[in-house]
Design a protein around this ligand. Sequence first.
Ligand code: DAH
Length: 338
Amino acid sequence: MKMEEIKAVFLAELKQVEHSEQLSAFWTKFLGKSGEVQKLMGGIKNVPKEEKKDYGKKVNEIKNWAQSLYDEKKDEIDRLMIAARYAKEAVDVTLPAKHVVSGNLHPLTSMKYEMIDVFAGMGFDIFEGPEIEDDDHNFTRLNVLKDHPSRDMQDTFWLTEDLLLRTHTSPGQIRVMDSRKPPIKVLVPGKVYRSDSDATHSPMFSQMEGLVVDENITLCDLQGMLDQFVKAIFSEDVKTRLRPSYFPFTEPSVEVDVSCFRCGGAGCSLCKGTGWIEVLGGGIVNKKVLENCGIDSSKYSGLAFGIGIERIAMLKYGIDHMGKLFENDIEFLKQFKA
Ligand code: DAH
């Protein structure tokens, strides 16, 4: 092509360029290594010697002219592309956000955490034992002898003659005392199993065992700790009362009642008119149990308690049937959103 012709085609084709792919094809055709402008440069060898200088100058002018028009076009296309991208990616920040439904902890889980928190504040740490236990840990070494009623076939899920689903978290006491030396201050939370089912019982439920072994541990320590516990869980003005009771693994043994946090002790349906609600069992660790674990009972004494986590949750939240805690009814569970 001649120079004038190239200029005309260049201008005509430049007009047609609308996007970056076309632009790069256009560049290759005119300004690339084997493009039209380069070809003009190469044509210099066929130009008579005296015209070479003039020819070279014109080709250079064309080259600069083409390059600057190309640059202008490129700027224009870049701007258009960016504007198109912005338009496409625009976000309307005034649109309402999508509603994300968030869940909440199961009331038993949060109850357990809440209880652990209170005792952790008193220096307790956590130990977790197995749910399948043997007779020795679940009964014998806790001083529950062979003819004790809690071994009855109706209460215990036996797996073999020796293995069973633990009926309480108390075997955790034995496992802790077997593996640690006093001073001991542990909580053993976990699932326990009994063949029992009605409004306030379920074949699987959860307990939290507490065990403290040190020198000079007395019932006063037990009452002080449990007093703190019920105040933190129920309310500051709740009082505790210890009643004598019997457990093979504690001596003396107590049932712990709290003053009714609904009626303040006057008597209502929750406390069955008595003003008091039974919340847990505990006592001073029976010397036989300490000795069964190789702990010198003339030097050390211990306190222990066992709390039913469902029971505390039912009392605290006014739940009348334990089954509600296991049915996974979402409408029920939603009420415990913090
Ligand atoms: N293990 C008892 C139960 O399941 C609860 C209990 C009572 C635990 C007294 C204790 C305790 O550690 O000292 O009914």
